[in-house]
Design a protein. Sequence first.
Length: 263
Amino acid sequence: MGDQIVFFDVETTTPARAGRKFWLLEFGAILVCPRKLAEVDSYCTLIRPGDLSMVSPKRFSGITREAVAAAPMFEEVADRIFEILNGRVWAGHNIQRFDCPRIREAFADIGRPAPEPIGMIDSLAVLNRGFGKRAGDLKMATLASYFGLGQQKHRSLDDVRMNLEVLKHCATVLLLESSLPQILPHRDTGSLEMVTRSRANGRSCGEEASRKSPPTSLGNHRAVPYKKGKLGKVMERAKDALHGAQRTRPLNTLLKHSRLLLR
């Protein structure tokens, strides 16, 4: 069981104000073989919330208040949901912040322990680190539009299948970029890296040129690199810095040798 990844998604009511309860309206999941990225099983169900007045049909495609009213309560489908989720790797988009807490809350409401994953793949966090903001805000609808996968329907089973396809597309792009970094630089870091390298190369070339190039005007070249006035200030600063550390050594002798070196 642990060798399968379960992609899941929940649809919920939208609380009218902060602090109000989220009610589950739909749960959908697909079991995926990680070696082939192939769907091997699926499950989806509408769920009747404790408060039907919180159902907003406008937000969901094909979900009506009548259909939700006829759906099973969460405790009636809890066994099946527990069986699908428990002991597997969980995957989904923004599940750490939204879907996982809603699942735990639903099981807590019926006085049962919630299922536990053996690993977690939150595609929002993964794509934020690896794919960057090239596709915009990284919402599922934006990613689907970016890859030409159609519109997000906000239905659980459709959304998890779209999530898997988005990950496949992102992985393919990143594989191509890592295989040919000079030809297909990463859009987010490639330009920055090129600018950084360019500046570094410019500094290196400038430093190399300053070491190798002769002075532009021999008439202005000085054999001694310090003006006499500045030399006095340098010696005064050196005298102050060495005063405490060189008590056992005559400071005048040390300064005398320093003047010889600077000439």
